[in-house]
Design a protein around this ligand. Sequence first.
Ligand code: ADP
Length: 388
Amino acid sequence: MVLWEEDFTEVYQAIDELKVQGVEDFRTFFTENPDVVAELAKKIVILDVNEHALRVFECPSKEALLTGIDRIFVAETYPLFIEQLTAFAEGVDPFSCEAYVQTFTGKRLHIMFSVKMLHDQGHGLVTMVDISERKQMEEELRTVNQELRRSNSELEQFAYIASHDLQEPLRKIRSFGSLLERSCADQVDDLTSKYVASMVNSAKRMQLLIDDLLTLSRTGATQRAPQRVDCAQLVEDVIQAMAVSLEENNAEVTHDSLPEVTGDRTLLFQALQNLIGNGVKFQRDITPRVHISARRADGEWVFSVRDNGIGIESKYLKDIFIAFKRLHGRSAYPGTGIGLAIVQKIVDYHRGRIWVESTVGEGSTFFFSLPVQSADGSTTPPDVHISQ
Ligand code: ADP
């Protein structure tokens, strides 16, 4: 860390004079009067610097540094002086801000500059920390993130277009297949009818897969303003919408008192429907029971959807969120393997996390988190960057 002791006495005097002359808005004044800033900057007296300063600024001696200060504080450093002088005028102490300076060999440094006034009149301690490397890493991270977002969006677009365009020829295969099934029913042998039936079934299944793929790529594509969502009511509505299938499966869905959250109601509805639906579907020979609760933890709500079903082997706990990943044959449990990928996407959209805990033969609990409304009543809208 670079440490300098500086004497700002004359600077404070000059600022006091400006106040007497009626200057009030110092930031505007300094921005509009660069000559005054340059003049005041010259009034700063550097009393001492530490040895580390010589290394950071690639300077041969203290003397060279003190006499060649203009080589460090170059034109690009100018906004720093405006900020610093404004802070002095407004009595801000300690003061810090980022700035650009140069070393004696002309290397550009991004620094964090701070001043803390010492109690013996007008003297202050200046610290400068070289944050160039950190800033560069942040910049690289930003670029990589942008690139990732772009390629994700391209991939989504591809999935959307591909599944959309596949629908038309598939529809033809399905309808001509059905026609063939009917018109040839009594003209062909059993084996041939079996082949045709199998073809029609496969086309139907492909239709289901494409529909789900389209749903997956459309999830979160429409950016709607975040709303307050009463989760207890939401769960009630999901139960209502699933009434027929719950009754068919003789399933019980219960919930604790649930919070209000900020988010996209339609998407949250879909996420809960998928999770509850799975809880009911992946069952053993007992009454399927699904229970939803929520608890508050570190600025977020953690929801849980617990079932008493077949459970999931621990080695698969992560894989099941990947699109098309299924652990069972279709004859045992129907489905396309896209439901949890959709839930994952919805949770990502809300800047939450999703995970599962499970015991084979006992049941599974799916957890997902959602940001909590801030204390002042304002909401944290999801950062929407899912494109389509
Ligand atoms: P689908 O339900 O169409 O198979 P999902 O993406 O919803 O697709 O789930 C992926 C796989 O994860 C399922 O095929 C199943 O093997 C497993 N799974 C999901 N939810 C549960 C659950 N509640 N209990 C046991 N296994 C589950």
